[in-house]
Design a protein around this ligand. Structure first.
Ligand SMILES: Nc1c(C(=O)O)ncn1[C@@H]1O[C@H](COP(=O)(O)O)[C@@H](O)[C@H]1O
Length: 169
């Protein structure tokens, strides 16, 4: 994996997965695992608007030049990270509200979803489902210009459809 702030991401790692804390990994690993399943390279790093603002600024300002195409940003509580990163880059940013202990992730969701017009963050569902879907949305964006990936994405969906039994066991 490359250093997110050093501008060294290669074309084969088009997605950056960032999160506010180590404690978010249990949620955000589902985005990483989804990308892995689709054969999409990615870098995972802890970047916090609150705790590491200089790291966040350097990452966001350098992300396009570093070669990233999509950013997935997860945070919980006062989840300012996705919006702050979106304010510093015009790459697509998908925000994942991490479930918080005190408010079950509603605080995270509201912090991420209510962006002012002009600075978009594509906001996902709270928790694991949101992280998984962020990975799938990143894949869908990349598949716009990658027919082989589009085929893998279709196959991924078809396999999950086939796995849904018609009758409850
Ligand atoms: N929301 C943010 C930001 C940010 O938005 O910059 N940085 C850390 N955090 C969040 O704080 C929560 C608790 O963090 P700790 O578990 O480290 O105390 C995490 O869910 C993290 O995303």
């Amino acid at each position: 994996m490359s250093d997110l702030t050093a501008g060294t991401a290669a074309d084969h790692r088009p997605v950056a997965i960032i999160m506010g804390s180590q404690s978010d990994w249990e949620t955000m690993r589902h985005a990483a695992e989804t990308l892995d399943a689709l054969g999409i390279g990615h870098d995972c790093r802890i970047v916090s608007a609150h705790r590491t603002p200089d790291r966040m600024y350097a990452f966001a300002k350098g992300a396009r030049e570093a070669g990233y195409k999509v950013i997935i940003a997860g945070a919980g509580g006062a989840a300012h990270l996705p919006g702050m990163v979106a304010s510093l880059t015009t790459l697509p940013v998908f925000g994942v509200p991490v479930e918080s202990k005190a408010l079950s992730g509603l605080d995270s969701l509201y912090s991420i979803v209510q962006m002012p017009a002009g600075i978009p963050v594509g906001t996902l569902a709270i928790g694991k489902a949101g992280a998984t879907n962020a990975g799938l949305l990143a894949a869908a964006v990349l598949a716009l210009s990658d027919t082989a990936l589009a085929a893998r994405l279709d196959a991924w969906r078809a396999a999950r459809t086939a796995a849904v039994t018609e009758r409850p066991a």
